[in-house]
Design a protein around this ligand. Structure first.
Ligand code: PEP
Ligand code: MN
Length: 338
């Protein structure tokens, strides 16, 4: 259930309601909005508990949440969430946020060179993973701990926020000092132990949709992070498995407006993993902006033919620059800037 407080209710009155929620054996989750505060209440509701809370000072109304995702849903928070990354970037605001970089961090030269040209082209966040969830154990798995200093070097030299993937709860402590966003990959969308652990931090978390996950599954995965008290969750549509074989995955473009209708969380699109081919990335990026995406995650590499991971879907530096230029009028047509 969710307790909607009357507009302008004092902090001390809200605290009493929160204490009562705990006393009744529930977990309170206050969300301080611009107009009013709501307290989401996690646990199996009873009519008696609802009546008790309803009668408290400052409470406007108590409503049951019918959808399976409570904290991620618009029922509990009608206003869209804006997730702040670092000092300057906001995901879910007017600016369409561009996350770009290689699939994997391969070397100092490759990573810093990529960081420089994506920044110059107008990207906001630099991607690059040290831990790669590869389908085959024989493929390049990433630089692991040896690459941490490269994330640090890029962050210092470029002053850009960094996003990197965590595959295992043990990576969180290691990566927390050098990353601005934790990425939960498609293959780990239902790694509940990992979701719980990133939910205990206050770093933004990008949750990528599993390749066989429904939108409902994705929202429930986000719920795991939110329940831990971390409200900085961004969702990512990256294509799902269908019977179509022309593309690596099928971009489920309707997921963007569907998620926006039911959830207040920002949604970005990853056209690179959705298509698996660099030539398809511009068309899918434009479609994503038209559908209302809050950002794009694009793979690019200084020399895609030599990339250790995901070369065929990575844009060359000139292609990346051109794409951002081409996207500007599309962003404007969608009422955004880039
Ligand atoms: C990635 O972003 O490099 C990645 C592995 O993506 P996904 O988890 O969506 O497959
Ligand atoms: Mn990749």
């Amino acid at each position: 259930m969710v307790i909607i407080m009357k507009p302008g209710t004092e902090e001390t009155v809200i605290s009493k309601v929160i204490n009562k929620v705990e006393e009744l054996g529930f977990k309170p989750h206050p969300i301080y909005g611009v107009i009013n505060t709501v307290v989401a209440v996690i646990g199996d509701r009873t009519q008696e508990a609802m009546d008790t809370l309803q009668s408290m000072p400052g409470v406007d109304r108590v409503v049951p949440i019918l959808r399976p995702y409570k904290l991620a849903g618009r029922e509990v928070q009608p206003e869209s969430t804006v997730v702040r990354v670092g000092e300057q970037v906001e995901i879910g605001g007017r600016v369409v946020v561009i996350i770009a970089g290689p699939c994997a961090v391969e070397s100092r030269e490759q990573y810093l060179a990529t960081g420089r040209y994506v920044k110059a082209a107008g990207a906001h966040i630099l991607r690059g993973s040290l831990y790669k969830p590869r389908t085959s154990p024989h493929d390049f798995q990433g630089l692991h701990e040896a690459g941490i200093e490269l994330l640090q070097a890029a962050r210092e030299e470029l002053g850009m926020p960094i996003i990197t993937e965590v595959l295992d709860p043990r990576h969180i402590e290691l990566l927390e000092p050098v990353t601005d966003v934790f990425q939960i990959g498609a293959r780990n969308m239902q790694n509940f132990a990992l979701l719980v652990e990133v939910g205990r931090t206050n770093k933004p978390v990008l949750v990528k949709r599993g390749m066989s996950a429904t939108v409902d599954d994705l929202l429930k995965a986000a719920e795991y992070v939110l329940v831990g008290g971390n409200n900085n969750v961004v969702l990512c549509e990256r294509g799902i498995r269908t019977f179509e074989t022309q593309t690596r995955n099928t971009l489920d473009i309707s997921a963007v407006p569907v998620i926006k209708r039911f959830s207040h969380l920002p949604v970005i699109v990853d056209p690179s993993h959705a298509s698996g081919e660099a030539w398809l990335v511009p068309a899918l990026s434009k479609a994503a902006l038209a559908a209302g995406a809050d950002g794009l995650m694009i793979e690019t590499h200084p020399s895609p033919q030599n990339a250790l991971v995901d070369g065929p879907q990575s844009l060359r530096p000139d292609e990346f620059r051109q794409l951002l230029d081409d996207l500007r009028p599309f962003a404007e047509a969608a009422g955004r800037t880039l």
